[in-house]
Design a protein around this ligand. Structure first.
Ligand code: F6P
Length: 557
């Protein structure tokens, strides 16, 4: 595996430094001087129209960013990923989420196995299972059809499924509902089961490793809830056989560790596998998406996968200057490295995408929140900006103030669709038009601002003119699609996966490990006995931790 290139030593970085020194952001001037700017800086990928023209770049800067991608080896590493090379160096693994959405007739051999054939074998089982649940052929232990599917998982085994389920609500079969339990706070499992009927509830335990404390604890709580409920109503008898039978009708699992699934007591017949070359945060398009597949059906799920694949093909085959994910990743590097942007806001103007920013938090920050490169050397630039966001227009009435007038540059991605799922009218007014007017207005306000003279011209008293000035030159990228179809949702996810990849390679980061989550998990295991009252374990903790645990023990009702 080639060593990471130190981006800051490349001629392209030197050129960017030089260009930045003389660059005075002036989007008003740039648009006035170049009537073609909007078109020249627009790109398309699959169904997505992506307007990059309101970014703080000119042709020379964009060219230097493209050179940076070449000089840091982004195309080569992308090709290595698609070829199945073990680019997840610290875990010695291939990175092949792109294989999860390859069409059936493609082939990709890794360690002597055709992974595309393996993918489709599992996919066919997921499809067959989802057909049975949807048709009512799959029934619970008392013969009733399933009405609620509860996905138990966390991180990548939760955020992807819940985000996509919410995004594709209009495609969910009537009479079927999915819920998602992730947190080990017992409230989560309680609230999500309290009003359910065990006879019509199916649990999907989703965990890549099948060792995750939260998920296994919640799965055990769910199993007890199921058996207690069924026994209380006399639907199943006491004894292990009755319990096993009930569990087999109400529990399925998704994991790479099928031996652990069996040890948990879930019939391997009811388990769907995937592979260590799928990272948790890249797994919603594997069997981890089973809850989504049950909800929306195999045709829509296939359409979802096709959306990912269309963007994969674009990312794989398109030269950097036209390559949308690569350009967007490079723009992020530009803002992080040269504008000290410490965060990046994602603003979907589509209510169904209300979990998209939460999903992106894991995708981007677990991938690129790192201080060493894949050869162990320290990074030489800032990495891993904070991703955050909320749907517009809610955000407008909450935090846009900071984006418009704060001291930091916060690049923003605006995402919307032309056709709403529910074209409601307020009298004669098409509400989608009000919605999109806000989208368009916000990106214009951020880009072009309002000068002091314009504020004065409105008759504003001089002393409050400064407070009412908008500097403008606040960068945005606008992403539009015709409507929020399964394919478009797949396209959006793949777009951000490859943006994240591009940034990671420029920074020299292994975007596919997550060692930073381990220490807290280890310490939690050590602390647990102390929380439970073990004085010797308590004495081993630091002073602050001891005080916090004592507070808990004194106040626990
Ligand atoms: O702790 C972080 C993490 O490992 C994520 O990377 C992963 O998505 C999540 O936990 C859940 O892991 P699993 O699917 O193995 O339960």
């Amino acid at each position: 595996m080639s060593d990471p290139v130190d981006a800051t030593t490349t001629p392209a970085w030197a050129r960017l430094t030089e260009l930045k020194a003389s660059y005075e952001p002036d989007l008003r001037g740039a648009f006035a001087a170049d009537p073609e700017r909007a078109t020249r800086f627009a790109r398309t990928v699959a169904d997505l129209y992506v307007d990059l023209s309101k970014n703080l770049v000119d042709d020379e800067i964009l060219a230097a960013l493209v050179d940076l991608a070449e000089q840091t080896g982004v195309p080569q590493r992308r090709d290595a990923m698609f070829a199945g090379e073990k680019i997840n160096v610290t875990e010695g693994r291939s990175v092949l989420h792109v294989a999860l959405r390859m069409p059936r007739d493609e082939h990709l051999e890794v360690d002597g196995r055709d992974v595309v054939a393996d993918v489709h074998e599992v996919l066919d089982r997921v499809y067959a299972f989802s057909d049975k649940v949807r048709s009512g052929e799959w029934v619970g232990v008392t013969g009733k059809r399933i009405e609620t599917v509860v996905n138990i998982g966390i991180g990548g085994s939760d955020l992807g499924p819940v985000m996509v389920y919410e995004a594709l609500k209009p495609y969910v079969q009537a009479g079927l509902t999915c819920r998602f339990v992730s947190n080990i706070d017992p409230t989560d499992v309680y609230e999500n089961t309290a009003d359910l009927d065990p006879e019509t509830t199916l649990f999907i335990v989703a965990s890549k490793t099948f060792t995750t404390l939260e998920t296994l604890t919640n799965a055990r709580l769910a199993r007890s809830w199921l058996l207690d409920g069924l026994r209380a109503s006399g639907s199943v008898g006491e004894g292990d056989d009755a319990a096993r039978d009930a569990v087999s009708k109400h529990f399925v699992a998704v994991s790479t560790a099928l031996d652990k699934v069996a040890a948990f007591g879930i019939d391997p017949e009811n388990a769907f596998g995937f592979w260590d070359w799928v990272g948790g945060r890249y797994s919603v398009d594997s069997a981890i998406g089973t809850s989504v597949c049950v909800a929306i059906g195999r045709e829509n799920f296939a359409d979802f996968l096709a959306g990912f694949h269309a963007v994969d093909v674009h990312f794989r085959d398109t030269p950097a200057a036209q390559n949308v994910p690569m350009l967007m990743g490079l723009l992020n590097v530009w803002y992080d490295g040269f504008f000290d942007s410490q965060s990046h806001v994602v603003l979907p103007y589509a209510q169904y995408l209300h979990r998209f920013a939460a999903y992106l938090q894991q995708l981007t920050m677990e991938s690129n929140g790192k201080s060493v490169r894949w050869d162990g050397s320290p990074v030489t630039t800032d990495t891993g900006e904070v991703f955050w966001g909320e749907p517009g227009t809610n955000g407008q009435h909450a935090f846009y103030q900071l984006i418009h007038q704060g001291t930091r540059v916060i690049p923003a991605d605006f995402i919307t669709v032309a056709t709403p799922a529910h074209p409601l009218k307020d009298g004669e007014t098409d509400v989608q038009e009000l919605y999109l007017a806000n989208f368009f207005a916000q990106t214009a306000a951020l880009a072009f601002g309002k000068t002091a003279d314009e504020v004065r011209a409105e008759g504003t008293a001089e002393e409050i003119v400064p407070a009412r000035v908008f500097s403008g030159n606040r960068p945005t990228s606008s992403i539009m699609a015709p409507s929020l179809t399964p394919s478009v949702v797949g396209q959006l996810i793949a777009l951000y996966e490859h943006i994240t990849f591009t940034q990671g390679v420029v920074w020299g980061i292994d975007s596919f490990d997550q060692w930073g989550v381990e220490l807290g998990k280890q310490l939690a295991q050590q602390v647990t006995p102390a929380v439970g009252g073990d004085e010797a374990a308590l004495a081993k903790q630091d002073g602050s931790t001891q005080a916090l645990i004592r507070y808990y023990r004194e106040h626990r009702a």
